[in-house]
Write a protein that binds this ligand. Structure first.
Ligand SMILES: Cc1cc2nc3c(=O)[nH]c(=O)nc-3n(C[C@H](O)[C@H](O)[C@H](O)COP(=O)(O)OP(=O)(O)OC[C@H]3O[C@@H](n4cnc5c(N)ncnc54)[C@H](O)[C@@H]3O)c2cc1C
Length: 310
């Protein structure tokens, strides 16, 4: 049972100023449409509000979880204890100066790519169809069609969980495949700066349309998912291995290995427990047949539902 007193105190201190929702149903805030409630969810609308929120939560010893658009999250059925800070609807300004674009973490990657294109700046067409925020994209080093955030990002700014400012240059971010050093640190991204090459607006717009057409042709975009469930293993593709193991269409409860793209586990109306069971099943079968242990790309948060609650 969570001690709600610190959270109530946080609401008393900042609820008049910052949008906060108690017992926020995480299924409504994730593209997978799964997960129990967060004790408290806050949506600060400026870096100043965010900094105050972090300082007060630290002062009250409240655990903090960060999220953007929730497009790479699997929240367990018991939900998330403590405070969830969502940077998505707010903090989404983008400014352009020459070839330098600076975005707040809550801006969508699609808006970033579109704004860049409108200013005749390239390098971001790969990101136009990734349904996440700039903050989540940099944290994950999101990528597609040969591009990834690490190729364009020059500076990442934000706060520590104590509300102290930090800034990292690209080398300091230690980017790797779907990896940044922030995965091993508790920090919040507020701003991302990208240096982009000059390019022709019309060509960029056409490229984005074409990449998104290819995406819609191959991926199950009309059913809830968190994108690729597994990371690409060395020397291969998770989707090919899963398909070769005969798992396309496999179903546990409401979790199904997509019939359209074996790399996606989709939610046909199940629970997070179904989804976790499907991840474990796919890992087991692929390991038995191929000797490769697939690693989830989706970030798993929260706690299981109490046994008598499901
Ligand atoms: C249909 C579909 C297609 C997809 N295609 C791709 C693809 O082609 N390539 C790809 O790489 N991904 C893809 N994804 C996955 C997902 O969109 C990306 O990983 C995206 O970058 C996640 O951003 P988000 O804002 O949704 O982050 P969330 O899912 O909300 O969070 C992801 C992680 O980032 C952290 N985080 C979020 N914001 C911040 C912040 N401001 N500061 C610090 N940490 C933060 C969270 O704590 C969490 O650990 C796809 C997903 C879907 C549903």
């Amino acid at each position: 049972m969570t001690d709600m007193r610190p959270l109530n105190e946080l609401e008393n201190r900042l609820g008049g100023e910052i949008k906060m929702i108690s017992m926020a149903p995480m299924a409504q805030y994730t593209t997978l449409r799964l997960g129990g409630p967060a004790d408290l969810l806050a949506e600060p609308n400026s870096p100043q509000q965010l900094q105050r929120l972090l300082k007060e939560a630290h002062d009250l010893d409240i655990p903090v979880t960060l999220m953007g658009h929730g497009s790479n999250l699997l929240v367990k059925d018991g939900g998330i204890r403590g405070l969830v800070i969502r940077l998505c609807r707010e903090m989404r300004s983008i400014t352009v100066q020459g070839g330098t674009v600076r975005a707040e973490a809550g801006a969508m990657l699609s808006s970033l790519a579109m704004t860049a294109a409108e200013h005749n700046l390239g390098g971001l067409t790969f990101a136009s169809g990734i349904p996440g925020t700039v903050g989540g994209g940099v944290y994950m080093n999101a990528g597609a069609y040969g591009g990834e955030m690490s190729q364009v990002v020059t500076k990442v700014e934000g706060f520590t969980m104590e509300g102290e400012p930090f800034a990292y240059t690209r080398p300091e971010m230690e980017f790797g495949y779907r990896f940044s050093r922030l995965m091993n640190e508790d920090k919040v991204i507020t701003h991302v700066t990208c240096q982009l090459p000059k390019a022709d607006r019309e060509t960029l717009l056409k490229e984005m349309v074409e990449l998104n057409r290819r995406r819609a042709e191959k991926q199950p975009l009309t059913v809830p998912s968190a994108g690729s469930t597994f990371k690409r293993p060395v020397g291969g593709y998770a989707s090919v291995l899963i398909d070769e193991c005969g798992l396309k269409g496999a179903t546990i409860g409401g979790a199904q290995v997509s019939e359209k793209h074996a790399g996606f586990v989709v939610n046909l109306g199940g629970t997070a427990a179904d989804f976790l069971a499907m991840i474990a099943h796919v890992q087991k079968v692929v390991y038995e047949q191929k000797g490769i242990m697939l690693e989830p790309e989706v970030r798993i948060l929260g706690e299981d539902a109490p046994v008598n609650a499901v």
